[in-house]
Design a protein around this ligand. Structure first.
Ligand code: EPZ
Length: 416
């Protein structure tokens, strides 16, 4: 268990290369199982969630090797169909192994996944879709046993465009005879990346980037070499850090097109932005509040950026109102920001942020991945010293956080 020690109040200035996207890499690692071959994945960030996914693959009989940011996964000899509860507990994305195991072996036994506590996170939509594809899903105590003896294509309309359900159904549909049509599918760029990988493995999937996906099942699959797309939430976090500290950061190896909903808020708040194909520079001299900021599925403003943007808005001139529509309990970072002097009142779904001229350093505890990132941003902007404990939350999703920020002038260190 580590802690960040941060002396704040310095504008961040410099260049940060963006890593590969955690939320692409994790489902793609699960999907390697379906390929049945050897997959070489480039641009895989060295974060603890990656280690958790690799441990699951190994427990199922796969060979895994890391060479820097490249992961080599040989799934040929995989034969396991059960994931122990201790491994399921490590992250939410563990649930994507359900669709992968069903597609490869027609059987999976696992328990409810862990992950950030953001309110209720049921998997009813995953199971509804899997049942429509002919799978039997029954709970035996805490364990879920799914079997698919005769997987059949179906037309599935998701009541909500769940990211995880879309990923699980995409994978499960690969073993179904005929064409599965997935309506109201999530359109997050990470879904497009997963589809890109599956196509590289030989799958036939139409509709990438849209809410209607057509999956032609039973195509012969093979291993593939693939590069994970840039992490839009890592990029959003650093943009907010630049805004909160009134600095100037250039992000390289990024994908500006995936960040429009976040950059729109920062531009309206008075930041200057320059961008080219793979790079963007944000400069902030003064920040005005923007309101309302309402989270919703892509391409709307992302729930994962809500906490980092709130940390920046805590320093803005004026009042911002945040409405969280995706998760039922995603303001758990608010008490920590208040300890740092932020003026925020929050109910379960709505937070009112009255910007203050200065935040002050404090000792706080990270609550979840993006909440922890928001605390780092607030601490970088605050006068004085902050200690943020429970860095295991941020280590799940941010590679080289401390060195990236230090290279841009931040006074931050990690103590064990
Ligand atoms: C993914 O979670 C991401 N995780 C989350 O990123 C992200 O916040 C979320 O999508 C929304 O963009 C990964 O990709 C590993 P959902 P996921 O299914 O798949 C409800 C981060 O910080 N729901 O779209 O769990 C659910 O309760 C993380 O990187 C059901 O009701 O998101 C929630 O309220 C955290 N039933 C909403 O839908 C279901 O069966 C969105 O969930 C499934 C979901």
């Amino acid at each position: 268990m580590g802690a960040y020690q941060i002396i704040g109040g310095r504008p961040l200035r410099g260049v940060i290369p963006i890593h590969g996207a955690k939320n692409s890499m994790l489902p793609i690692l699960a999907a390697t199982l379906v390929s049945g071959g050897t997959c070489v994945l480039h641009n895989c960030p060295q974060i603890s969630d990656a280690d958790a996914a690799l441990t699951i693959l190994q427990s199922l009989g796969c060979q895994v090797k890391r060479e820097g940011d490249t992961l080599i996964v040989d799934t040929y000899a995989a034969d396991g169909t059960e994931i122990p509860a201790a491994l399921m507990q490590k992250m939410r994305a563990a649930v994507i192994f359900l669709g992968a195991l069903l597609a490869r072996f027609g059987r999976a036994r696992l328990s409810h996944p862990g992950g950030c506590r953001l309110g209720e996170r049921p998997i009813d939509l995953h199971l509804m879709g899997l049942r429509m594809l002919g799978a039997s899903c029954v709970y035996e105590g805490e364990e879920l046993l799914c079997t698919a003896h005769k997987p059949e294509a179906a037309t599935i309309a998701l009541p909500f465009p769940s990211v995880g359900a879309t990923e699980n159904l995409l994978l499960a549909a690969l073993s179904c005879e005929g064409e599965t049509v997935l309506c109201n599918a999530a359109r997050e760029p990470e879904i497009g990346d997963l589809i890109g990988f599956l196509i590289a493995c030989g799958a036939e999937i139409e509709g990438v980037g849209t809410s209607v996906l057509r999956i032609h099942g039973r195509r012969p699959l093979h291993g593939a070499e693939y590069t994970i797309m840039p992490d839009r939430m890592e990029a959003a976090t650093y943009l907010c850090a630049a805004a909160a500290t009134r600095g100037e950061l250039t992000l390289t190896q990024a994908e500006p097109n995936h960040l429009c909903a976040v950059t729109d808020i920062l531009l309206r708040g008075g930041c200057e932005l320059r961008q080219s194909a793979r790079e963007l520079t944000l400069r902030c001299d003064a920040l005005r509040a923007v309101s309302p900021i309402r989270t919703a599925p892509y391409p709307a403003f992302p729930t994962d950026a809500q906490a980092p943007v709130m940390a920046a808005m805590a320093t803005a001139e004026g009042v911002s109102i945040f409405e969280e529509t995706v998760f039922s309990d995603r303001f758990r970072h608010v008490p920590a920001l208040r300890q740092m002097g932020a003026k925020i009142t929050a109910t379960k779904r709505c937070a009112v942020v009255e910007g203050v001229p200065v935040l002050r350093g404090a000792g706080v505890e990270a609550t979840d991945l993006r909440g922890g990132a928001a605390m780092v941003i607030a601490a970088l902007a605050a006068q004085g010293e902050s200690i943020i404990t429970k860095t295991e939350h941020t280590e799940r999703g941010y590679a080289e956080l401390v060195s990236s920020l230090r290279a841009c002038g931040a006074e931050i260190s990690l103590t064990e």
